[in-house]
Design a protein around this ligand. Structure first.
Ligand SMILES: [Zn+2]
Length: 378
């Protein structure tokens, strides 16, 4: 008689990904795996190596029947712990922002067995399509870019080995608002026009489920003023506080106060070095700028608190950039930067600590070298 293992998991990514790893492990050991999940788990269930599925929404009798099918604990199984003591949540506005700003960091922590959860707020429907054969997907032509970018984001996450990625409120809940001052800003379904309270509730429920110690998003200018980036900042700051407030929406889950909140940052000195190196190499200048002061996204060096050296994951970041095929030109400024300035500007990513205690400083700039620095994550 074969041994039966019932893997029960709530139907959200944070539960289902460890459960899937467990199911694979048990199947590899010759157990018959039965997956029990709720209706939300259906979207993940296809990936399970389970022979049968049970719905947790079903009658208790069905579960009782499943329980009698289990042979009992006939074998103690030693396994690598599937929980993640360190948990990092990143909130980004559009597919590709995660890779450009934080891709190496995400790959670094995923490789170190931290749980890396990416929440993307829109599908990036207003993005400019840089690939001629896909130009028809643009918002001002046939449309369909958002759906297409779901696939690009999935491929990028795979390259970064990030398994938990979600869209705020579900895919397509909020639309890309386009650049500041353009007509898409006024569309009622765009993220810029989102009901903040609803968006905050959605993010609080993710925070209370995933329980991250560290949260990353943009500064109050959204890094460079894009309305969806500004909105991602507002929603994340509000959710960071609300998730830890026992009086806020107890129905969204157990209170969780993350310890640290960071903004992504691009130090002006690094930007300037990139501009200079590109100029010296005879390449067209970087976004038309001669000086880092002319660009909207440089941060004064002394505001940068944290520097994550993830050069070991440069290849993953580059692969993820290529996955965003409609958005990032292989011979465009980002790749030029990586080719000419190399790893320092590309595999090292920078952050500014906005909330929480700064961990020990290291290196010549006296910065943290780890987003979890100073935290005891058990
Ligand atoms: Zn963006």
């Amino acid at each position: 008689m074969s041994k039966v293992c019932v893997v029960a998991a709530g139907g959200t990514g944070g539960h289902m990904f460890p459960a899937e790893a467990l199911a694979r492990e048990m199947a590899a050991r010759g157990w018959r795996v039965v997956l029990a999940t709720d209706h939300r788990g259906e979207q993940y269930a296809h990936a399970f190596p389970a022979e049968e599925r049970l719905a947790l929404d079903a009658e208790a009798a069905v579960l009782a029947e499943a329980a009698t099918a289990v042979d009992g604990i006939a074998e103690a199984v030693n396994m690598v712990p599937l929980d993640h003591p360190r948990r990092l949540l990143l909130v980004h506005a559009h597919p590709d922002d995660e890779t450009i700003g934080t891709g190496a960091t995400m790959a670094h922590y995923a490789a170190e067995h931290a749980l890396v959860t990416l929440v993307t707020c829109t599908l990036g429907e207003e993005g400019e399509v840089l690939v001629p054969e896909l130009a028809h997907l643009a918002a001002d032509r046939d449309g369909g870019l958002g759906q297409h970018r779901i696939g690009e984001l999935a491929a990028a996450c795979e390259a970064l080995r990030v398994t938990d990625h979600r869209f705020l409120g579900g895919p397509g809940r909020w639309r890309d608002s386009g650049m500041m001052g353009t007509p898409p800003n006024d569309r009622p379904e765009c993220f810029w026009q989102a009901d903040l309270e609803e968006a905050v509730r959605e993010l609080v429920s993710v925070m209370r489920e995933v329980r991250p110690q560290v949260v990353v998003t943009y500064d109050s200018n959204g890094g460079y003023g894009h309305p969806d980036h500004v909105q991602a900042h507002r929603v994340t700051v509000a959710a960071f506080d609300a998730a830890g407030d026992p009086a806020y929406a107890p129905e969204l889950g157990e209170v969780w106060q993350a310890a640290k909140l960071y903004w992504t940052a691009f130090p002006k000195s690094v930007l300037q070095a990139g501009i200079d190196a590109l100029k010296a190499s005879g390449h067209t200048n970087f976004f038309g700028a001669d000086s880092a002061d002319d660009l909207p996204f440089g941060v004064p060096d002394d505001e940068v608190t944290t520097e994550v050296d993830a050069n070991a994951h440069l290849e993953a970041k580059t692969a993820a950039m290529r996955a965003h095929k409609t958005q990032i030109e292989v011979d465009g400024p980002f790749f030029a930067l990586s080719n000419h300035v190399g790893q320092r500007a590309f595999g090292t990513e920078y952050f500014t600590l906005a909330r929480g205690e700064r961990g020990p400083a290291t290196g010549e700039h006296g910065r943290e070298d780890d987003l979890f620095a100073g935290l005891d994550c058990g």
